[in-house]
Ligand binder design. Structure first.
Ligand SMILES: [Zn+2]
Length: 235
């Protein structure tokens, strides 16, 4: 594998591209954009959850209210307790029943109050989140998304220039070698081409094989057995 000079030149130009890619991925434009996008995705899910919870609690409160009304109505029937007593019914029997129903009503009332409080809380949480979501959505639409797109567009022109330069250098590099280079690049290995140091890979420290040592001495480029980088003889 010769073509060391061309490969080194290619890598040098490629490093400019990598720099832009790294700058883009850590730019405030991208950070704001991604952060807002994530927030909006999560908020949508959370709002759905809160909405479902409020509905569930409301349905339960309605059920208990109906039960309450039913018992209250039953108690109303005891209004004619005097008549019943005149008719000779046992006073303690009715009194006991009324007291029991009143106890049930009291328990129901407290349960309903608790539920109403939970509904109110879920509703307040929903409203607060909804308000924030709308604000973030607005900022996402009018600011973050616009700025990020403009940033990407601006970088695109710069990147296209470098890509054209790379393409022109690539013409003098063996296709198979270039393919290997690009695979390594996509695996985020960089630099891809390194000068060996004292018979070892300078990046991962793996010692070159005897054959590998012979090869680089004769001017070949070899692959590190450890990290698969291209290695060449240190001058
Ligand atoms: Zn290595």
């Amino acid at each position: 594998m010769a073509q060391l000079e061309q490969l080194l030149q290619y890598q040098q130009v490629d490093s400019e591209l990598l720099k832009i890619e790294q700058e883009a991925s850590s730019s405030d434009e991208r950070k704001n954009y991604v952060q807002a996008k994530k927030f909006l995705e999560k908020a949508a899910e959370k709002l759905d959850g809160l909405d479902a919870k409020a509905r569930e609690l409301t349905a339960l409160a309605n059920e208990l209210n109906a039960k309450y009304a039913e018992i209250a109505e039953t108690l109303g029937e005891f209004d004619n307790v005097d008549e019943l007593l005149d008719g000779g019914a046992e006073i303690s029997f009715y009194k006991k029943n009324v007291l029991q129903l009143l106890d049930t009503l009291r328990a129901l009332k407290s349960e309903i109050n608790g539920l109403n409080k939970s509904v109110k809380e879920a509703d307040e949480e929903y409203r607060a989140l909804k308000k924030k979501t709308l604000a973030v959505q607005e900022q996402y639409n009018t600011e973050f998304s616009v700025k990020y797109k403009a940033y990407v567009e601006a970088k695109k022109a710069e990147m296209a220039k470098i890509a054209a330069k790379l393409e022109s250098i690539a013409k003098s590099i063996d296709a198979e070698v270039l393919k290997k280079y690009k695979i390594k690049r996509s695996e985020r290995i960089f630099p891809i081409l390194c000068a060996e140091k004292n018979g070892r890979c300078p990046k991962c420290g793996t010692e070159l094989s005897l054959k590998g040592k012979e090869q680089i001495v004769s001017g070949e480029v070899i692959e590190c057995d450890g990290c698969r980088r291209f290695l060449f003889k240190d001058k």
